[in-house]
Design a protein around this ligand. Sequence first.
Ligand SMILES: [Zn+2]
Length: 248
Amino acid sequence: MSFLRTEGIVVREVSTGEADKIITLLTKGQGRVSALVKGGRRPRSRLSAASQVLCYGDWVLYRGRDLYSVNSCDVIEPFYEIRNDVVKLTYAAHFTDILMELIQENQPSPGLLKLLLNSLHMLAKTEKNPDLITCIFELRATSIAGYAPHVQSCMNCGAAPEKTYSFSFRECGFLCDRTDCVERDGSAVLLSSGASRAIQHIVYAPMKELFGFGLSQEVLQELARVTGRYLRERLERDFTKLHFLKSI
Ligand SMILES: [Zn+2]
């Protein structure tokens, strides 16, 4: 029998059979993995707590004929603060929705998993504005997945920092205010200097400094329009989990 031992986080659970469930894990070594939890819906099952959404642990799975089954799990971080708060849980669902799109089976994605864990940590354990965490997550996740926009300088002429930039969704990056640069994409969105700097930071900062900045409400809204649209256009789909928050 072949075993797989890996760290991973539960991002989905679906009931099956009388008392079982199938969970989807985002793992360090194997990308996305589905696994059966025998008896996982029985309250006294030793795996019922571990197999709930957002539980991060060290898993031992064994490979059945068509599906892995969970053998054991040592819980590393259950993220209770998020699970018990419907608003935080909605943000977390948005993050995992995006990663379900970006991480395939058998495609190890340690960078994306680390980004998710750090974002959940910020959401669970700090007072950081969840909308800012969301902007950071959206743009950094698309960048790690290979869709990083060119934002170090103007894409057309190479002009750097002190210039005023626009963000071109069509060309995927910054354009400066020189006439021939502006003309490259007339539909590019003009940015404040605060939003430009935030975008550069999110794309290029080392992971440990990624969340180390704040923004005014106005600049945050501007940033959110860019990161949300960039995500939608690059991945060619809408992510609707956060719409729920606007309706309550
Ligand atoms: Zn330029």
